[in-house]
Design a protein around this ligand. Structure first.
Ligand code: UDP
Ligand code: MG
Length: 337
């Protein structure tokens, strides 16, 4: 069995929150029940991803009242993938569990994940057996996306696995050494390797409130998945360029043939010229766009900005004070003033 971390926390639960006031009353109860059911000291880190509703107030109060809960407030909406990264960075436990706020990742499943962790797995992911209450469109697009990703990606990224996952300290330290900006966290864990296990569960519908993943955010995640884990689009650009050039060459030969045979058809090619020119322009722009996607990612990386900015931290100091002792606590307060 793993030893306790220096902070004395064995389990960290990381929950990203973006305008989840509708679900918070149930969530807080379920999280308390989960922490009570765990066989060691636990903490829950609520990462407030720039909520504009009452979520922040409720969670700040919770972090003040309950010594096991922490509040990490990001300065704006950085997106789900960054929010869970911020939570994992702040987690102190030997095993860290990431789960959604809307209870679509049932807290009871965490106990099964922990059992697997104790069997010696470093990463235990939740596999969605069924997705109750999700639209046919969402299921169909997700299925299509994972099939496409499976074909183009250099590493195997399991389908039906989201970001509901337990990670042990060793795997988490390796994950934290990956500084990429446009994140596809489930792919990054697949890339890491380690001894990885799965726990199957039925995914219930959202407990309350609405999805915070509109089509626009889903598309961005999908693009990050493909671009981050495959250079197939770049290869596609080369193949498409070569095939179009090949066709153009054939057409050129045809035209030369016509002119040699003295055909009178030669000047009547206005519409075919327009079609070919605009087709080639389209292909050109598409290819520039594909290359641009990769260049854009390089741009994001070379700027070297932090992944996120934390505006407010509540509940973390207590634990540091306990470890550091009272004199450090006074010094910390003095620094704050
Ligand atoms: N979320 C977030 N930032 C965002 C979007 C979502 O922190 O920009 C959180 C959200 O509060 C929830 C989790 O990510 O805890 C998953 O979001 P949601 O349930 O809306 O996604 P879905 O299950 O519909 O794909
Ligand atoms: Mg959800």
């Amino acid at each position: 069995m793993a030893s306790h971390s220096p902070a004395g926390v064995r389990y960290s639960i990381v929950i990203p929150i973006f305008n989840e006031e509708a679900v918070l009353p149930i969530l807080l109860r379920r999280v308390d029940a989960l922490m009570n059911a765990l066989d060691g000291p636990a903490e829950t880190i609520f990462v407030d991803d720039g909520s504009t509703d009452c979520s922040s107030i409720v969670l700040e109060a919770k972090a003040r009242d309950d010594h096991r809960c922490r509040y990490l407030g990001l300065t704006r909406n950085f997106g789900h993938q960054i929010a869970i990264t911020a939570g994992m960075d702040a987690a102190k436990g030997d095993a860290v569990v990431v789960m959604d706020a809307d209870l679509q990742d049932p807290p009871e499943v965490v106990l099964d994940m922990i059992a697997k962790w104790k069997e010696g797995y470093h990463i235990v992911s939740g596999r969605r057996l069924a997705r109750d209450g999700e639209s046919a469109f969402k299921r169909w697009t997700a299925d299509l996306f994972y099939r496409l990703l499976g074909r183009v990606s250099a590493i195997e990224i399991p389908s039906d696995v989201g970001d509901f996952r337990l990670i042990d300290r060793q795997a988490l330290d390796a994950f934290r050494a990956m500084p990429e900006h446009d994140r596809f966290v489930r792919g990054m864990f697949a890339w890491l390797g380690f001894r990885a296990g799965e726990v199957a569960f039925r995914r219930p519908p959202r407990a309350a409130g609405e999805t915070k993943y509109p089509l626009r955010k889903m598309l961005r995640l999908a693009v990050n998945g493909v671009i981050g884990f495959s250079d197939a689009p770049l290869r596609l650009a080369i193949w498409a360029g070569m095939s179009v050039s090949g066709l153009a060459l054939l057409y050129g030969l045809y035209v030369i043939g016509l002119s040699l045979s003295g055909s009178s058809n030669l000047v009547t090619g206005w519409s075919s010229t327009i079609v070919i020119v605009s087709f080639l322009c389209g292909i050109n722009m598409l290819m520039t766009g594909i290359v641009g996607l990769y260049v854009g990612r390089i741009h994001a990386e070379v700027k070297g900005r932090p992944l996120y900015v934390v505006g407010r931290r509540i509940g973390f100091e207590r634990e540091r004070a306990a470890v550091d002792g009272p004199s450090e606590q006074i010094a910390a307060v003095a620094r704050l003033r």
